[in-house]
Design a protein around this ligand. Structure first.
Ligand SMILES: NC(=O)c1ccc[n+]([C@@H]2O[C@H](COP(=O)([O-])OP(=O)(O)OC[C@H]3O[C@@H](n4cnc5c(N)ncnc54)[C@H](O)[C@@H]3O)[C@@H](O)[C@H]2O)c1
Length: 252
């Protein structure tokens, strides 16, 4: 039996891609599409949805996820903007209902692997810097993925290595954003989508781990995988990793 899926935010950039990806997957059945102004709760009910995929807007993220969970439908949420408290509230509601779901800041499988490899590499090569490159329409810097990568590295490496010399910036920012565990350099230029390079320096050697997103299609395999996994899960995960890697193999 195909899994019955509703896509919320179906008219958006991500939503349109998700609609096409669900329609192309024989294991899934698209039973509803909603966007701003539609009654999500009523659609979930009338379509007898099992999974709701949400790519809408940060301001609507929590309200939409709450509607999905209250309807007893498995949420697969890519919308950004949740506070940790909101995630915890939704996780508690899902635990009570034994409802599986996922809120994932990044559905690109290659990006998740890049973060995982970077954290692993930093255990042996603790001197690390990140360069992230995005299109010039991206308002905030650094990217959420770069910050998450820095956090993973900080958790994995034994300690932050002391710099050989304390470099004096002739212009503030010359050494990148320095408030994170590793310096992050943000590039904003036309011609880019979303890219990141983690550079690890060792004695006489350099390791570069690079991920390039060239189109929004990159998120679709992760979204489809999540839909298939959440129907048999009994809790709400934050991040896709627990659905990709088993417990003995969780990311650093
Ligand atoms: N997790 C990931 O991997 C990932 C990847 C790409 C984008 N995103 C996030 O997904 C979200 C959507 O991105 P996008 O590029 O598709 O944006 P978009 O603006 O192109 O599309 C958003 C759609 O949601 C609709 N919408 C807004 N508020 C709504 C509401 N309350 N109820 C129903 N529909 C509503 C809009 O009308 C629009 O059609 C953003 O938060 C973005 O950061 C996440």
């Amino acid at each position: 039996m195909a899994i019955r899926v509703v896509v919320n935010g179906a008219k958006g950039n991500m939503g349109r891609q998700v609609v096409a990806a669900v329609q192309a997957d024989a294991a899934l059945k698209l039973v509803g599409q909603t966007d701003l102004g539609d009654d999500l709760a009523a659609t979930l009910r009338s379509a007898q949805a099992q999974v709701a995929i949400d790519f809408t807007a940060p301001a609507a993220a929590f309200a939409n996820a709450s509607i999905i969970v209250a309807a007893g439908v498995h949420p697969v949420v890519g919308t950004t903007g949740f506070t940790p408290e909101e995630v915890a509230r939704l996780q508690a509601q899902c635990r009570e209902r034994k409802l599986g779901g996922v809120i994932a800041p990044n559905f690109a499988l290659g990006a998740l692997l890049m973060m995982r490899f970077a954290a692993e590499a930093a255990k042996l090569l603790p001197h690390v810097e990140i360069i992230e490159l995005h299109h010039d329409g991206k308002a905030e810097a650094p990217s959420g993925t770069a910050i998450a990568t820095a956090e993973r590295i900080a958790a994995a490496r034994p300690q932050r290595p002391a710099p050989k010399v304390e470099s004096k910036e002739l212009q503030p920012g010359a050494r990148g954003a320095r408030g994170y565990a590793v310096p992050i350099h943000s590039v904003r230029l036309p011609g880019h989508v979303a890219h990141q390079e983690v550079i690890l320096g060792g004695l006489g050697e350099t390791l570069r781990i690079r991920h390039d997103t060239v189109s929004r299609e990159s998120f679709m395999p992760g979204v489809l995988l999540a839909v298939k996994k959440v129907v048999s899960a009994t809790e709400l995960f934050y991040g896709l990793e627990p659905l990709l890697f088993d417990g003995s193999d969780t990311p650093a």
